[in-house]
Design a binder for this molecule. Structure first.
Ligand code: MSP
Length: 665
């Protein structure tokens, strides 16, 4: 059995987890669960980083012993992680004896290699980053991440000859381009390496909280050096050689983009110095933003993960974070969008399919479904979605993996709409056809649930139970996602898994909330991208349109005829490239694919989206707008986006994939 060792960053415990730190753990959990499903013997390790000065300070402020404080926080963290269904195999704390022993051993090896020497450090230190800062790293004298003034320190430190590893690291990066992904992060680190590395301090003087330097108990090991070694000590480095040999080197470190330098420069150099293999890959994910800022306790933009998980259970939150944020890019969490996606993906789409399958199975076949003919077109579609899913998940494109699983769900709902089982049921000659249609839809749902196991483990297991999958979820592998046109499935009817929620807040611009779809009935087709075009009697919900020079129609303005509306040619397009317009805060230049032609557009969405987030995205645009020049660039069309009051614009989009060039009505 192949092995896969995956880790997350270990968290500082001066405050409880927030949704940003939880995002990382959920994404890593999805990868770990996927690897298990794909047949890997997997070890997934998380943990807490307890030797930071802020932890010590916080404990003192509370009048607590630092270790007792860390014990209490560990219980709080473990409680949150359990409620998010994180499936880690081990949880390491840096105050554990197994870790402290391994850290001292690794530093000893670096010393034996001649790479540690004594010196004096004088300069800035940001306690929240736990990082030595150079003048050029500061913005207006403040740490750009925490917006606080760093401390000026002058002390005896031990230094690590990091400079010696500039060339070996460059060689490594060139020989193993996949060492750091996504590419954008690798380029940042390559530039850093090319400019040459300085030696770094690896100890702090006069501090009581930390792991002592092996031969100088008056100094403690710098907290980042201590913390990085967790990845090795968690699999026995310094205490259990057999375990270490089984799992090292790690296959994947999942970490945030703010700490790639520690993981891709300092950590591999420490390992090279100690004569140990370096990890195979580091994934530097993006940040979860809230109200346009990085979600963070110190910036006051943190959301409590349990509050989000309690709203609908952990799975809708897991799905939102994985499906709505391209893994590697930054993404937003908003309560509004979370509720919208819940209604669209779960209440209307997947939940609707689960209840339709059960209702029809009961009504037409007394809850027992068996294949009667060759499978219909769903089988082929499902096979291609499974192949896509595997490709995306193997490449850690988690959002695309989730979308591939949902393609099967969309297709199954559409299949019900087009085959009309309720009509087949009225014609006795169609009995075999009806059996096959019902079986196919249940089978598609079963396959989708197998693919969703890593993302929504509880709900996918419940769906599998309801569609008659007899193998326990923990024993399933990806082979179970192969279409099976045999056997009798006992379909179980249960309560609605995700009842639709009313979007009652004062928000007024999103498509879903302005015209909530009627609660889907068991048989009627679910709302889908293929729904008939809105008519004058049944108008489409209005999204407020906002682009560089768009004027928003006043509410209650004179009504227009359908002919007037049809004058506006709205089309689907795919973004090929995106770049910020120089000297403009708001504008971004896009080249887009319309199926039959490519065009350049300028859109006022640069405050809300990084160019990298836009590439590959499907947008809606006004196709027949006269060209206009913006900042000297000719824009041939206008992108549709909503600009909720006081917030940044958000692009109009679709629930399912739509071909570029398709008209929107
Ligand atoms: N203790 C160090 C990591 C040491 S690893 C050897 C640390 N801790 S942290 O608690 O500040 O952050 C833990 C992880 O959460 C990091 O990977 C960090 O990038 C990530 N995130 C913190 N805020 C985040 C968001 N708002 N969004 C996504 N990830 C975020 O750094």
């Amino acid at each position: 059995m192949p092995r896969f060792y995956i880790t997350t960053a270990i968290d500082y415990v001066n405050s409880r987890p927030h949704l940003g730190t939880a995002y990382e753990k959920i994404a890593a959990d999805v990868i770990a669960r996927y690897k298990r499903l794909a047949g890997f013997e997997t070890r997934f390790v998380m943990g807490n980083d307890e030797h930071s000065q802020n932890v010590f300070k916080k404990a003192r402020e509370n009048g607590e012993d630092p270790l007792a404080y860390c014990d209490r926080m560990a219980r709080e963290f473990l409680d949150v992680w359990a409620r998010l269904d994180l499936s880690f195999d081990d949880f390491i704390r840096t105050t554990e004896p197994r870790h402290m022993a391994g850290v001292q051993e690794l530093v000893r090896r670096m010393t034996a290699a001649g790479d540690i020497y004594e010196g004096h450090y004088e300069g800035w230190y940001c306690v929240s980053c736990e990082a030595f800062k150079q003048e050029k790293d500061l913005v207006d004298g403040l740490c750009p991440i925490h917006r606080t003034k760093p401390d000026w320190i002058r002390e005896k430190n031990y230094f690590f000859r990091l400079s010696k590893y500039t060339q070996p690291l460059l060689d490594h990066f060139r020989a193993q381009p996949e060492f750091l992904v996504p590419d954008i992060r690798r380029n940042e680190i390559l530039r850093l390496l090319e400019s040459g590395l300085d030696d770094i301090s690896v100890s702090r003087a006069g501090q009581a909280w930390g792991i002592p330097m092996p031969d100088d108990p008056g100094s403690v090991i710098y907290v980042w050096v201590d913390a990085l070694i967790n990845y090795a000590t968690a699999v026995g480095f310094g205490t259990d050689q057999a375990l270490f040999e089984t799992w090292w080197p790690a296959d994947l470190h999942v970490i945030g983009k703010d700490i790639t330098r520690f993981h891709c420069v300092i950590w591999p150099a420490m390992l090279m110095s100690a004569g140990l293999p370096v990890p195979r890959q580091v994934f530097g994910h993006g940040w979860v933003h809230f109200r346009g800022e990085k979600m963070s306790k110190s910036l006051g933009t943190a959301i409590e993960p349990l509050e989000a998980a309690q709203k609908f259970g952990p799975d809708p939150l897991r799905l939102y974070l994985v499906k709505e944020i391209a893994f590697g890019s930054d993404g937003d969490f908003t309560w509004e969008r979370f509720e919208e996606r819940y209604n669209v993906d779960l209440a209307n789409n997947l939940g609707n399919l689960v209840s339709r399958v059960a209702t029809m199975a009961e009504k037409y076949r007394e809850g027992r479904l068996a294949a009667a003919e060759a499978p219909g077109r769903l089988a082929e579609l499902s096979a291609s979605a499974v192949a896509e899913y595997r490709g995306h998940m193997d490449a850690f494109a988690l959002e695309a993996g989730a979308a591939a699983a949902f393609r099967i769900v969309d297709a199954a709902n559409e299949y019900i709409a087009s085959t009309e089982p309720w009509a087949l049921a009225r014609d006795a000659a169609q009995a075999a056809r009806l059996s096959q249609v019902l079986f196919d839809v249940a089978e598609a749902l079963r396959v989708a649930a197998v693919l969703l196991l890593p993302i929504m483990p509880r709900s996918a297991a419940e769906i599998l139970r309801r569609v008659g999958e007899t193998t326990p979820p923990g024993q399933l592998t990806l082979d179970a996602a192969n279409w099976r046109n045999d056997g009798t499935r006992v379909i179980i009817k249960g309560a609605a898994m995700w009842p639709r929620v009313d979007l009652t807040s004062s928000r007024s611009t999103s498509v879903d909330e302005t015209a909530p779809a009627p609660a889907p009935s068991a048989e009627k087709p679910a709302p889908s991208a293929q729904s008939p075009a809105p008519s004058a009697q049944n108008p489409a919900p209005s999204a407020s349109v906002s682009a560089p020079s768009a004027s928003v129609p006043a509410p209650g303005a004179d009504k227009i005829s359908i002919d007037d509306f049809m004058k506006v040619d709205l089309r689907v397009a795919k973004v090929l490239t995106a770049e910020k317009v120089p000297n403009s805060r708001k504008l971004v230049k896009l080249s887009i694919d319309l199926g039959t032609e490519q065009r350049t557009l300028v859109a006022g969405i640069a405050e809300a989206y990084e160019p990298e987030q836009l590439v590959g995205r499907t947008i809606v645009m006004v196709f027949n707008l006269k060209p206009a020049k913006l900042m000297g660039i000719e824009s041939n069309g206008m992108v549709l986006a909503a600009r909720p009051d006081g917030r940044k614009p958000t692009l109009a989009g679709f629930d399912a994939e739509v071909r570029p060039g398709t008209r929107v009505r």
